[in-house]
Ligand binder design. Structure first.
Ligand code: FMN
Length: 148
């Protein structure tokens, strides 16, 4: 079974995860160091790097980086080139594919699509999506690249 972990600052990502009905671990600021016991997908909102310390701590804990098999990014398209920047940076630096991108707490379609993605992973279907450095972030990968 593929597990799910997520982080949420203002509650949108959490709302999305609840809508999917998926069982998921919430990464918290109080105790980010939580060991994932199995392969998992990370659902993350996007903010400036300095706001993502809890995700950094979580990923650097035990084998959490190794067990990460995919990233789902939440954000706001008004941020234009920086849309879903956290998911994109993590994808590039950890060489883990972005499985899906959505805005805020997601539409009904987003909920269905993400459910299907997790279902496929659980059926052993691997994703073949190529990870490319997003052009808008070229040469601008900041400390998130330290995860390599
Ligand atoms: C201070 C601030 C910075 C943000 N920066 C970005 C950004 O760089 N890229 C993006 O796509 N969305 C950005 N967002 C939008 C959030 O990622 C989006 O609203 C997300 O759904 C919030 O998830 P959360 O409520 O789970 O924290 C930003 C929001 C705030 C308040």
């Amino acid at each position: 079974m593929v597990a799910v972990a997520f982080y949420s600052i203002t509650g949108q990502t959490k709302k999305f995860v609840i809508k999917t009905g998926l069982e998921a671990h919430e990464i918290t600021d109080e105790l980010p160091q939580y060991e994932m016991k199995e392969d998992y997908v990370l659902i993350t909102p996007s903010y400036q790097d300095f706001m993502m310390d809890s995700i950094v701590d979580f990923l650097n804990f035990k084998d959490n980086k190794k067990k990460l098999v995919g990233i789902i990014g939440c954000g706001n398209r008004n941020f234009s080139d920086l849309f879903a920047q956290t998911a994109k940076k993590l994808s590039v630096t950890l060489k883990v594919p972005i499985l899906y991108l959505l805005e805020f707490s997601g539409s009904t379609e987003d909920v269905q699509n993400v459910r299907n993605i997790i279902k496929k992973l659980n059926n052993g279907e691997t994703t073949t999506q190529k990870v490319e450095k997003p052009k808008e972030l070229r040469n601008k990968i900041s400390f998130l690249s330290d995860y390599r």
